[in-house]
Ligand binder design. Sequence first.
Ligand code: UD1
Ligand code: UDP
Length: 370
Amino acid sequence: MKVLTVFGTRPEAIKMAPIVKELKTRPTMEVVVAVTGQHREMLDQVLKIFEIVPDYDLNIFKHGQTLTDITIGALKGLEPILEKEKPDILLIQGDTTTVFSGSLAAFYHQIPIGHVEAGLRSGNLYSPYPEEANRKLTGILTKYHFAPTKRNKEHLLREDYPEEDIYITGNTVIDALKYTVQENYEFEDKILNTLDYKNKKIILLTSHRRENLGDPMDRIFSVVRTIVEEYPEVEVVFPRHLNPKVREISDRHLKDHPRIHLIEPLDYLPFTNLMAKSYFVITDSGGIQEEAPSLGKPVLVVREETERPEGVEAGTAKLIGTQSEPLYKACKELLEDFEEYKKMAHAINPYGDGEAAKKIVDILEQSEKL
Ligand code: UD1
Ligand code: UDP
């Protein structure tokens, strides 16, 4: 069976890497990797860590790219690859614009699609934007829905997808995470190596969502600054997404403070090890919401909705929204109320057992539907 996998951004690469590795161990399977290059540096970082050399690289990235640019670039670029490779199945992961364009391209060639991380829903088409729409549009074109959790499967059933096409597999992000966190991890970055993880409270911050760019991000960063100023034991590390808008807003609020470290995006290994050593996490990222519970780190989710309520139900994540007061109060509580902190800081794994890639490849290998 020939599997063509298409991905383009950092999180897709992290979550598809365990599947590519697993496919390569199976003599019955052939895997062809095409990257759109929707991200450039941030994608290349992941390819390097997981030692994946793409067979095709569309290199569509350009600064200030619009959703239309990405869609057209990926759609056009994939056409000759699909025609040449004639894969038995296209495998895509997640909800980015690469994912939607990849599935549309495959659909135009009547190639069956396997959607990894299927069935996540926030219920609001504009949040996360455009990801909620990308997931739904991809779902319509998909034959194999690989749902991480029971809830994700229920969403798909509610939308009338046939039960026999839906498989609960766990999330491959947990497969990837299994191999990364080490007790005595040494960072290459000098600042990260000298931080006092025992006596200080290190807050790991990330933010990049399109719907947060502007006032919401202004409010989030402003609260973070206030917290750092009020609590001398707090240090903040913010590996900043390369989006210039994120940089501009964070420069305005967070620059030039000795206990706020604005650093470049980290490679996956140092990033997950930093998360494992931090006190708690503030984020609007999807993947980080899945990783933090597994590492027993409290997460304050700075979004209005989440398609990952499992972490909230498990008690490690809190959906805070993007208003100042709730974020300020939640930070204060985690810093001052150790009982409350302990309630959140327990390792639990609602997103799978680290065997998702194996399950997905088993299903494909045994499938008679292709
Ligand atoms: C994309 C996905 C989002 C995902 C995120 C992961 C879409 C619409 N959005 O959002 O779902 O959560 O990736 O990080 O698919 N940039 C660089 N170098 C890079 C990557 C980005 O300079 O390697 C800068 C560029 O200026 C680019 C901007 O970041 O224009 C935004 O990148 P883009 O891929 O359009 O959206 P993300 O916000 O990264
Ligand atoms: N990540 C990373 N380096 C960083 C920040 C995040 O390797 O500096 C990893 C993180 O561990 C997670 C993924 O990137 O697996 C999340 O990506 P992102 O937040 O960009 O996208 P989302 O998950 O929100 O789509």
